[in-house]
Write a protein that binds this ligand. Structure first.
Ligand code: NAP
Length: 546
């Protein structure tokens, strides 16, 4: 169906579908649409497949989903031939995995790398998306599918006076140099930020830095990752049981292979409660969050018991009592922000070459040519690492000039917060499918397990649109409003809904983002999948077709 490969404006090649992003979601989406016999083009801003795991290269980056539960489930041959070397593999191995999948499925021939989608507008007369890319080319497609993810497409620097004046080395974790090794040896290094990224980089940099100073504004609850090698015998067992493992994941709230305990933390004896907390704390992954008493996740009284347990662990692990107190969150309960998993993170603060600055007590006032000045004094540095996160969930789409019916910009439509049905469709933007968009389950999830539900569903919808002889679909305003209201109401019942974090859209570095508005679907991946299935089973009552 492609008419012209030149791509010059005015001679735009036409595809059935254009996918933005060749990460985890975009790769599977491409594979599935090829299966329908569609012509597909993928645009990827970076130089290879793998999304986050190709783009992000900071030292210490590794998975915190169990590696084997993070694998694509759709191709048994790939599952059987791939060996994971660690329970939670690092960036390099994961990147190799995605490159291997791309080779195996011959994905690259439909992907244009180093090319960013800058603008996409819907041509109402022809029911086509017209897509302009950073290489000055244009292409058109019936369907436009965003697979750009919720984070790495929109890194966020902090707003700090004088930031440009710093004369030493400065890196945002998301834009780590790829052409050379960065050495910390003998250097005075600052890390700003203690989210999942900051925690991983602190534990790594602390090993070699001359001196590492961590600037923490809000402490996060963290728990041990429990990484370790996977033996061939273990790997063989995993391979023989992939089907059951995935089935178990698919039955849980966040699609991990951890089983929640349905007893109440408030009703068991103190001994039983402590024993389960201790056991889970010592198990790998999110066990201490997703494998404890169910009410720890939503009842503040039960959650306080878990928070108290985690605080005692920090006091045991950090030798200096004052430092331990600064590291213990006082304004939010355990798991109500994204839980960073760590390997000797707390022990890093016992090293002589590591110190912690509490930015609540002594805020950063300015970055100077020589370092960072807080309200107390100036700290000299050779290097500053910004682990300050992302314009999460809404940022990646906002950075593309997306225009729907009447030329209306998505940015304008969502100026007061994203309105969508399932996070996938928004009224006024026909034939646009957003995989893992705002109000979807994707980020409160073991990502591949949620993504496979979404790309499967978009594929089914596209097939239905074509076989039923239609050229376009569009979600109704009633459906998107109903879904968005339901998400916001459900978020009120959660602990996370009442805490500042990227889950609630709060970002001190962006104007107008100080008020909380929950950006994720909080009722769990199973409920989310059931909504998708019910819609398809009833021939998409939330959509109109033309
Ligand atoms: P983040 O959770 O948003 O953390 C950003 C950190 O920077 C926070 O500690 C924040 O403090 C601090 N910060 C921002 N601006 C600041 C300023 N002006 N002054 C001082 N401190 C400032 O971002 P992230 O750590 O990059 O993580 C984002 C998400 O990426 C994670 O939640 C996770 O989902 C994902 N991730 C996953 C992995 C993995 O799978 N292994 C690894 C890394 C990240 P406040 O909290 O006070 O705002």
């Amino acid at each position: 169906m492609e008419t012209d490969q030149s791509g010059k404006r005015g001679h735009a090649p036409t595809f059935d579908a254009i996918i933005i992003g060749a990460g985890l979601a975009g790769m599977q989406q491409l594979h599935l649409l090829r299966g329908l016999g569609l012509s597909v083009r993928v645009y990827e801003a970076s130089d290879d497949v793998g999304g986050t795991w190709n783009i992000s290269r900071y030292p210490g980056l590794r998975l915190d989903s169990e590696s084997h539960t993070y694998a694509y489930a759709f191709d048994d041959e790939i599952l059987q031939e791939w060996n994971w070397t660690e329970r939670f593999v690092g960036q390099a191995e994961l990147s190799r995995y995605f490159r291997h999948v791309a080779d195996k499925l011959d994905l690259r021939r439909d992907i244009v790398f180093d090319t960013r989608v800058e603008r996409a507008s819907f041509d109402e007369a022809r029911d086509l998306w017209v897509v302009d890319t950073s290489d000055g080319a244009r292409a058109e497609a019936r369907f436009l599918i965003s697979c750009i993810g919720a984070l790495v497409a929109a890194p966020q620097m902090p707003r700090i006076a004088g930031i440009e004046s710093f004369a030493g080395e400065a890196y945002h974790t998301n834009a780590w140099p790829r052409d050379r090794e960065v050495s910390f040896a003998g250097k005075r290094v600052a890390v700003i930020g203690t989210g999942a990224t900051g925690v991983q980089i602190v534990q790594e940099v602390s090993k070699t830095a001359g001196h590492l100073t961590v600037f923490q504004r809000t402490p996060n609850w963290c728990a041990p990752l429990g990484n370790g090698p996977i033996s061939q015998a273990e790997m063989d067992k995993i391979k023989a049981n992939y089907k059951d493992i995935f089935a178990r994941c698919k039955a849980t709230y966040a699609q991990f292979d951890h089983q929640i305990d349905f007893r109440s933390a408030l009703e068991v004896s103190e001994e039983e409660r402590e024993a389960l907390f201790e056991q889970r704390y010592n198990e790998p992954g999110f066990s201490i969050f997703l494998g404890v008493f169910i009410d720890c996740l939503f009842d503040p009284r039960a959650n306080a018991l878990l928070s108290d347990f985690a605080a005692r662990k920090i006091r045991q692990r950090v030798h200096d009592p004052k430092t331990a107190e600064v590291l213990i969150p006082k304004d939010h309960g355990f798991g109500s922000r994204r839980l960073p998993l760590e390997t000797n993170y707390y022990e890093a603060y016992n090293r002589d070459n590591v110190s912690l600055i509490d930015c609540r007590a002594t805020p950063i006032e300015e970055i100077t040519p020589g370092g960072i000045r807080t309200s107390e004094c100036e700290h000299p540095f050779d290097m500053i690492i910004y682990a300050t996160g992302f314009d999460a969930v809404v940022g990646p789409l906002a950075r593309i000039d997306l225009r729907g019916i009447g030329g209306r910009a998505l940015k304008d439509k969502w100026a007061d917060g994203p309105v969508s049905w399932m996070g996938m469709h928004t009224n006024g933007f026909p034939n646009l499918l957003i995989v893992g968009g705002p109000n979807s389950s994707a980020t409160l999830c073991n990502v591949p397990r949620c993504i496979e539900d979404m790309v499967g569903w978009t594929t089914q919808l596209i097939a239905h649109t074509q076989t039923s002889g239609h050229r376009r679909f569009e979600v109704t305003e009633a459906a998107e409003q109903g879904w968005t209201d339901a998400v916001l109401t459900a978020a009120e019942q959660t602990l996370a809904g009442h805490v500042d974090s990227w889950f609630t859209g709060v970002n001190s570095n962006i104007d107008g983002r100080q008020k909380r508005r929950f950006l994720l679907y909080p009722a769990g991946a199973v409920a989310y999948r059931e909504e998708l299935e019910a819609s398809a089973a009833h021939t998409y009552p939330q959509l109109t077709f033309a």
